[in-house]
Design a protein around this ligand. Structure first.
Ligand code: BT5
Length: 320
């Protein structure tokens, strides 16, 4: 009912409790209770005895009703689970995907205002205080597991596009999952999946964007290598707006990927790449390989040209 009340309160005009109650088919007391709840979570609403309720301002929170207001996607973000605090959105998303809980369909989003145990790759930690955008998307694509790298690349392209569209800032992609601005990390992507030999069961894509974080907040060990959008712009952004743009673009690109129309994704990835053309060292688990990053292929693998001219394909790794 909160969502319905907000719909009517959106007009920036007074609306009486009586009219609201009639429109929603409930009592005036029920409306009053919901208004109190909205106030509790940060909506500023004034109540005038004669004129009714008036919405002054919304909280700066990533509430589902705020994100979904005007979100023109078919399925991405149409179901959102919201948590003020959580260990990790990826962990909850994986639990939900695994159990295939009712209502947890393709495009379900888990979002948290802060994470107490945010995850990076390979057991690394992700610093996730209030003010950031920490979310995970659940997908059930009928694709082969070999698509997994492409999904990460695609997500990176979408993050860069969303940041550009909203802030005009040109971010870059450091293979495979970092988004950089001025050579510093503004966003990380963590893709996890469960698959059979030839079919993906589910994918969870975790996206962490340093949106409204003060640079003084970053822990010492990552202070020099991290950046936030607030720091670059000198002011806070509307996280809700950025999430809306991101989800919309995500659905568009994911649809392309599912139809195997990957040329645009690869083209844009190359355009935004921070990695191609550079001499790099990549830790691929059992060893470190060195060479020039010359291309990305249809599987989303990085092509490295070694000193002796040999070309190698790297599906996953960490640039050091
Ligand atoms: C990543 O791992 O970059 C993936 C990060 C994914 C985070 C999202 S938030 C929503 C969802 N839920 C989760 O629990 N996770 C996902 P990796 O490439 O392994 O990079 C991790 C490294 O980045 C750390 O070891 C730090 O050096 C650095 N780091 C940690 N927090 C950071 C931050 N907020 N900004 C920039 N760098 C950070």
């Amino acid at each position: 009912m909160k969502n319905d009340i907000l719909k009517y309160l959106r007009d920036k005009e007074y609306i009486s409790g009586e009219v609201l109650a009639k429109k929603l088919g409930v009592s005036r007391v029920a409306i009053w209770k919901q208004i109190q709840r909205l106030k509790d979570i940060g909506y500023k609403i004034i109540a005038d005895q004669n004129l009714g309720y008036y919405l002054i301002s919304r909280p700066d929170l990533l509430l589902p009703q705020e994100i979904q207001n005007g979100l023109s996607t078919a399925y991405i973000g149409q179901k959102i689970y919201y948590f003020p605090e959580l260990g990790s959105t990826n962990i909850i998303a994986k639990e939900k995907a695994l159990r295939r809980e009712e209502g947890v369909n393709e495009g379900t989003v888990i979002i948290a205002e802060r994470q107490s145990a945010g995850k990076g790759r390979l057991g690394r930690k992700w610093f996730s205080p209030e003010g950031g955008i920490w979310l995970s998307i659940i997908l059930y694509p009928q694709l082969s597991p070999s698509y997994i790298s492409l999904i990460t690349l695609m997500t990176a392209v979408v993050v860069v596009k969303a940041i550009k569209r909203y802030t005009q800032i040109k971010a870059q992609i450091k293979w495979p999952n970092d988004i950089l601005i001025n050579n510093k990390k503004v966003c990380g992507i963590l893709t996890e999946m469960s698959a059979e030999l030839d079919m993906i069961n589910w994918i969870v894509i975790g996206i962490g964007i340093n949106a409204n974080i003060d640079y003084r907040e970053f822990p010492e060990d990552i202070k020099k290598s991290s950046i936030s959008l607030k720091e670059i712009l000198g002011k806070e952004i509307s996280r809700v707006r950025l999430v809306q743009i991101f989800l919309k673009e995500f659905e568009r690109y994911y649809e392309l990927l599912k139809r195997w129309e990957i040329s645009l994704i690869l083209k844009e990835w190359k355009l935004y790449s921070h990695t191609l053309g550079k001499k790099i060292k990549v830790n691929i688990g059992e060893k470190v390989v060195t060479g020039e990053a010359i291309d990305i292929n249809e599987k989303g693998a990085l092509i490295l040209k070694k000193k002796d001219g040999e070309l190698i394909e790297i599906i996953s790794g960490t640039i050091i």
